[in-house]
Write a new protein. Structure first.
Length: 103
């Protein structure tokens, strides 16, 4: 009788177990996102890791999705004003963060 109850317990336990939760794509592929926002009155060009990624109009914003986790370099140039912003940022897994360019 004890064996039958134990076997029934094991069968019920096995049928009630849930699969592990699905891993999010950013966890599986080790990436995050970075957004850039132009809070100035002039357009600017945004470079990430030495490559032109996009141009931002005044008041505009744009994100780069699926950036590899780790340190990246950025540069933003405003040809009309000669202003330049440079720096680095750390992409954290599954995060979305914003860099705002101010006058």
């Amino acid at each position: 009788m004890k064996r039958m109850i134990f076997a029934l317990f094991l069968a019920l336990t096995a049928s009630c177990q849930k699969d592990a939760p699905e891993q999010m794509a950013c966890e599986a592929n080790n990436f995050g996102s970075r957004c850039f926002e132009n809070l100035t009155a002039a357009p600017m060009d945004v470079y990430v890791d030495g490559s032109l990624r996009f141009s931002l109009p005044p008041g505009g914003s744009q994100c780069i999705a699926q950036m590899s986790v780790g340190i990246h370099q950025y540069r933003a140039e405003q040809p009309s004003t000669g202003l330049l912003w440079e720096g680095s940022f750390d992409v954290v897994q599954c995060s979305v963060r914003t860099i705002a360019f101010r006058p």
